[in-house]
Each structure stands twice: as structure tokens, then as C-alpha cells.
Write a protein that binds this ligand. Structure first.
Ligand SMILES: *Cc1c(COP(=O)(O)O)cnc(C)c1O
Length: 223
């Protein structure tokens, strides 16, 4: 089913949108099946799980970290991670920069924004992001590169609300682009949309969609 699901989703997303296959909790065999169908970008939200999968799967996979990243776990993913979607504080970015420096890498990162109504979702607001980008500390960070923004909409059936939240993220992206990243082509990614809302995210300007259960089936957190 994974291959059919992937084919179906790929056929509905436009060329300028990149599909991140969110494989958290899924066994390596599921990822291999997606790989065999041509999928090369996988998203994970636990550092050790991502490291372990990276060790056994083909090395042309691009690993995207999409979950809340604890500073003490950064070291497990820095040697190979290709994009961190979830930078939500200056401290975290600084810690990523420090670890990346040890590995002589420049690690691509997105700033995560809080766009949902729910209290529980991590993320910055525009003011906090501006403060980070204007900080002396950020100017000194030579081993991270900010490539765009990420956000998660409220878990709701209300499509108007979802449109509004994704539109808000696009507006934040445009403001940052104009005020901080003008003329910097690497600042181009808007990571938004999951299994239930990625078509809306694409309408609102997503460049990266993070789709899990629509590809791999429902997750079971009890195993
Ligand atoms: C799990 C997860 C996804 C994928 O969720 P699905 O609803 O299974 O598509 C996307 N983004 C983040 C940040 C996630 O944690």
C-alpha cells in the first residue's frame, strides 16, 4: 500500500512542492519500500530513532528533523541531518551551530512558528523571530543557515481556520524575506501541511509538505 499511497500523493502535488515522508514510529522496512518507489526525503521527530534508521538505510536519503529537538540530543543528528524544521529558540539554534561547527558543517534550518490556536504547539512568534535574527549571537553563527519557516495548523475540521493559519505563516515568511533575507535565495521554504491539511497548505503557498499517515498508515504509539 505504501507505494500506491506515495504514487497517489505525488500525483496530486505540484512540481514546486516537495514531499517529506514522515516515517516516525514506522519500521525500516516501510521506509525501504518508500525508498524503492523513489522517495528520498524522510521526516523523523526523535533524534535516536532517526540516527538508527540513518545507519541502516541507503546514504542518499535526506533526513529532515521535524520534532521538538532537545539540546542534549542534537549531537546524534548533526553529522548527517539535511534540514531541521523545528528551530524554536535562540538557545536551540546556538546549540545546533556549536555542534555543526565541530563537524565542520553548515546545517540548514527552518524557524518554527506558533500559528495554531492550541497552547501545546511549539514555536516562535514574529517578534521573537525578529529579535533572534537581529541578535548579536545570531550574527556570529556561521554553521547554521536559515532556509525558511515551518508551522502546524490547529487540529480541526474548520477549513476556514486552517486556511487562515497557513496564510498567517506565508505572511510571516514574506515579512522575514523582505526584512532579513532579501536577495538570499536559500530563504525559500515554507514547511506546512500534514496528511489531513496538505492540500490547503499548498493552496496557501507551502513548498514542503510533511505527510505521514497518508503514506504509511496510522501510527501505533503503544508498540
Ligand atoms: C507526525 C508529524 C507530521 C505528519 O503527520 P500526519 O498527520 O501523519 O501526516 C507532520 N509534521 C510534524 C511536525 C509531525 O510531528
Amino acid at each position: 500500500m505504501i507505494k500506491e499511497n506515495l504514487r497517489q500523493i505525488q500525483s496530486t502535488i505540484p512540481n514546486h512542492v516537495t514531499l517529506v515522508a514522515v516515517s516516525k514510529t514506522k519500521p525500516v522496512s516501510d521506509l525501504q519500500e518508500a525508498y524503492d518507489e523513489g522517495q528520498r526525503i524522510f521526516g523523523e521527530n526523535h533524534a535516536l530513532e532517526m540516527r538508527d534508521k540513518h545507519e541502516v538505510l541507503p546514504n542518499d536519503i535526506q533526513w529532515h528533523f521535524i520534532g521538538h529537538l532537545q539540546t542534549n540530543k542534537i549531537k546524534y543528528i548533526i553529522p548527517f541531518v539535511s534540514l531541521i524544521h523545528s528551530i524554536d529558540s535562540e538557545n536551540l539554534l546556538e546549540a545546533v551551530n556549536k555542534e555543526a561547527k565541530k563537524h565542520d558543517r553548515v546545517v540548514d534550518c527552518l524557524l518554527q512558528f506558533h500559528i495554531a490556536n492550541e497552547e501545546t504547539k511549539f514555536g516562535l512568534n514574529l517578534e521573537e523571530a525578529e529579535a533572534l535574527l537581529n541578535s548579536e549571537a545570531f550574527m556570529q553563527m556561521e554553521n547554521v543557515r536559515i532556509c525558511g519557516v515551518m508551522g502546524m495548523a490547529t487540529f480541526t475540521d474548520d477549513e476556514t481556520e486552517i486556511h487562515k493559519e497557513f496564510h498567517q505563516l506565508k505572511t510571516i515568511f514574506d515579512a522575514l524575506k523582505q526584512n532579513h533575507f532579501a536577495g538570499q535565495p536559500q530563504f525559500k521554504e515554507i514547511s506546512m501541511g500534514m496528511s489531513d491539511d496538505y492540500p490547503i497548505a499548498i493552496e496557501e503557498g507551502a513548498t514542503l509538505v510533511r505527510v505521514g499517515s497518508k503514506i504509511f498508515g496510522a501510527r501505533n504509539y503503544n508498540v
